[in-house]
Design a protein around this ligand. Structure first.
Ligand SMILES: Cc1ncc(COP(=O)(O)O)c(C=O)c1O
Length: 396
């Protein structure tokens, strides 16, 4: 018998995860094509336009013919700018240089390439449950052992550190933390980070700290684990331009990592996407060196939306929602209605016209929760709340 193309797909593909936001977005768009009004609260991207000075910098770069290949780690001007920005933002002036920086088309590919540079089959990667799916997907593909640690709603979705301490072993090579957190909006406290740092020293593992929401932060001052004593050498910071500067479609992100690791991650860049579009990198320089006011303005608007959404959700019977301290997601507990969050999310889309995600799309500990992105206007948030309140009693 002749094999079909499907038979030829390699076995490793079965270990890949995926981001359900893109699937739900496609279903929502299909309903819109039939004339339905859908409130989009599924996809994690700011609904703002990229600030003008960033767009201008890209246009100028194109006009000046910055349209050729660049080094796989990124142009030195951008790497220098990122090193300065990252050192100053994290209150460690001069801590990082271009040797610490590797640029990629988004934070997601740098997560993939960094884990590819680190994980042997059988090495352990520990991560939070629920979590952004890319970490476990890459690690599973690489045949690493993936160990989820639950986040506790009772601790406002911070890690269960006793469980972490129990689970950590000699095989643990990388711990992934993500603060502020997708999908819950949770933020790790200094005491949490210190305990994680102590464990990292004791058990000699690296921390991949996904800080892509470090500018979407509503309470006190952002703290990176890399700022704690001895942790700069053990931390890989993942960051990027998508969320802070409303640049999701530009595809620009980076890692800040110990200089010995940078060439290896760069080798993976070289073997996959070669380099990031030159004019996009130049736009990145404008983002980091230009006025910071647009970032702060977007954040103030997010805070207002967060307050409106969370207050509204808590008024709906059988839904309860903690106050997220960062990112732009609310993660309400809907377990009094159902534990089948995916069915409820599908019902919300099909019946209420509100696109959101089931919490279990982010791991089994997300069962019984929904994720709403509040990167939506106040009018849309009000409309969504009205529709959720009206339709929820009909879900059975
Ligand atoms: C926690 C987290 N890390 C990384 C990314 C990837 O961002 P980028 O657009 O830079 O690839 C996202 C995007 O949703 C995210 O939520």
């Amino acid at each position: 018998m002749i094999a079909t193309s499907a038979d030829r797909i390699c076995e490793a593909v079965s270990r890949l995860g995926s981001e359900s936001a893109f699937e739900v977005l496609a279903r929502a768009r299909a309903l819109e094509a039939k004339g339905r009004k859908i409130v989009h609260m599924e996809i994690g991207e700011p609904d703002f336009e990229t600030p003008e000075h960033i767009k201008e910098a890209a246009i100028k770069a194109i006009r000046e013919n910055h349209s050729h290949y660049t080094p796989s780690a990124g142009i030195v001007e951008l790497r220098d700018t990122i090193a300065d920005y990252a050192s100053n933002f994290r209150k460690m002036p001069g801590a990082f240089t271009r040797e610490n920086v590797v640029v990629a088309p988004g934070a997601k590919p740098i997560i993939w390439n960094t884990l590819s540079a680190l994980l042997n089959p059988g090495d352990e990667l520990i991560y939070a449950d629920p979590a952004y799916p890319a970490y476990a997907s890459a690690a599973s593909y690489l045949e690493a052992k993936v160990t989820p640690i639950p986040l506790l709603e009772s601790k406002n979705f911070r890690l269960d550190l006793d469980e972490l301490e129990n689970k950590v072993s000699a095989r643990t090579k990388v711990l992934v933390i993500n603060t502020p957190h997708n999908p819950t909006g949770g933020v790790l406290l200094r005491s949490d980070l210190q305990r994680i740092a102590d464990l990292a020293h004791k058990h000699d593992f690296l921390v991949l700290s996904d800080e892509i929401y470090s500018r979407n932060f509503y309470e006190s001052e952002f703290l990176s684990i890399s700022e704690l004593p001895g942790m700069k050498e053990r931390t890989i910071i993942v960051d990027g331009f998508s969320k802070a500067y409303a640049m999701t479609g530009w595809r620009l992100g980076y890692a800040i990592l110990p200089p010995e690791l940078a060439p290896v991650v760069t080798l993976f860049n070289n073997n996959t996407f070669s380099c990031v579009a030159t004019f996009v990198q130049m736009a990145g320089i404008a983002a980091l060196t230009g006025p910071d006011e647009p970032v702060r303005r977007m954040n103030d608007i997010f805070r207002e939306r967060r307050d409106r959404l969370v207050r509204g959700l808590n008024r709906i019977p059988e839904i309860s929602c903690t106050m997220p301290e960062g990112a732009f997601y609310a993660f309400p507990n809907v377990s009094q209605i159902t534990h089948d969050d995916k069915a409820l999310a599908a019902f919300m889309l099909n019946e209420a016209g509100v696109a959101c995600l089931g919490g279990s799309a982010f791991g089994s500990a997300g069962r019984g929760y929904l994720r709403f992105s509040y990167a939506a206007s106040l009018d849309d948030i009000d409309l969504a709340l009205e529709r959720i309140a009206e339709h929820t009693p009909n879900f059975r």
